[in-house]
Design a protein around this ligand. Structure first.
Ligand code: IPM
Ligand code: MG
Length: 362
């Protein structure tokens, strides 16, 4: 198959982790007889430096003309002084909105080899951690009005949080459909004891539940959910939540699985064209040092093959290679356990090379 992939290396560790993922995709293409064409796209801080815009319109066009987009990470302290609408992160938000990828899928699954890297007690980890956060990605407070004004001599800042029924309904459906493919348990997370937008969220979820009688819907307040994720993560299967709650809960969920460096994500809308990225940021403190973990990005590339290109065998091959390397005891710094016996510390490039070595046609 021929596929065109828009590639956004971005800032910080973005370029080094994306390079490893591309080597993996090249090997998949060679093994399975596919042709992947990469189109470079500038987004984030590097695009501000080069073009004065975190996502120039032509770059968005390239993404929209591709079969899918692979992204490393954007942002960094260099651009902290830049005004809100021109920040590197704004490029990412415009990309998500421009691609209309309203459904962000973030798995929190513990790799057995990394169980000891989890900060949770073994008795909690042993009950199993394998759930999915379905995060609404193109609405809510991220996309409301943002404003800082001066009132009575002091600055006042406003961030608007709004959701329409339709925005809630379409992500709710993804939540129910996803739960149907798993253990038919869906937990809707909101803050309906305080927020109007959450009360509407809850109401729409319960209307939808009538269409999905085979799925058990529960509601949970977001503060309680944050607590339950560390107390008993085994209770969750699919969580569906709004944009900002999903941002926060997915970082928490990743941490209990060992490292945020391991978690990929897919963002999809109504077409097969998706945006695939690790959920971690650009980690400027370790950029260019060859110590970053490329696995989140490599697994994001595997998700692209599975969900956008209908290449499940190829995706399985990548995931098996990652698993084999972990079983061999190879670890980047973020997943190196305190007791390092039996483990070898490797850098970003070496981790990529080891995954290539273990990549076999299934
Ligand atoms: C994420 C990131 C982004 C977000 C930032 C970089 C805008 O934290 O993908 O989780 O908040 O969505
Ligand atoms: Mg985040």
């Amino acid at each position: 198959m021929q596929k065109t992939i828009a590639v956004i290396r971005g800032d910080g560790i973005g370029p080094e982790i994306v390079d490893q993922a591309l080597l993996v995709l090249d090997r998949i293409a060679a093994l399975y007889g596919h042709e992947f064409t990469y189109l470079d796209v500038d987004m984030g801080g590097c695009a501000i430096d080069k073009w004065g815009d975190p996502l120039p319109p032509a770059m968005l066009e390239t993404c929209l003309a591709s079969h899918s987009v692979l992204l490393g990470a954007v942002g960094g302290p260099k651009w902290n002084h830049v005004p809100g609408p021109m920040r590197p992160e704004k490029g990412l938000l415009r990309l998500r909105a421009g691609m209309e990828v309203y459904s962000n899928n973030r798995p929190a699954k513990i790799w057995p080899q990394l169980a000891c890297a989890s900060p949770l007690k073994p008795e909690i980890v042993d009950k199993g951690i394998d759930f999915l956060i379905v995060r609404e990605l193109t609405g809510g407070i991220y996309f409301g009005r943002h404003e800082t004004v001066t009132e009575n001599g002091q600055q006042v800042a406003l961030d608007e949080l709004r959701y329409s029924e339709e925005e809630i309904r379409r992500i709710g459906r993804i939540g129910f459909e996803t739960a149907r493919k798993r253990s038919r348990k869906l937990c809707s997370v909101e803050k309906s004891n305080v927020l109007d937008s959450s009360r509407l969220w809850k109401k729409v979820m319960h209307q939808l539940a009538e269409e999905y009688p085979d799925v058990t819907l529960t509601d949970m307040l977001v503060d309680n959910c944050a607590m339950q994720i560390v107390k008993d993560p085994s209770q969750f299967d699919v969580i569906v939540t709004e944009n900002m709650f999903g941002d926060i809960l997915s970082d928490e969920a990743s941490m209990i699985t060992g490292s945020i460096g391991m978690i990929p994500s897919s963002s999809l809308g109504d077409t097969t064209r998706g945006l695939y990225e690790p959920i971690h940021g650009s980690a400027p403190d370790i950029a260019g040092k060859d110590v970053a973990n490329p696995i989140g990005t490599i697994l994001a590339a595997a998700m692209m093959l599975r969900y956008s290109f209908d290449m499940p065998r190829e995706a399985d091959a990548i995931e098996s290679a990652v698993s084999a390397v972990l079983s061999q005891g190879c670890r980047t710094a973020d997943i190196l356990p305190p007791q390092t016996a039996g483990c070898t510390l490797v850098g970003c490039r070496e981790m990529g090379r080891l995954i290539l070595d273990n990549l076999k046609k299934g």
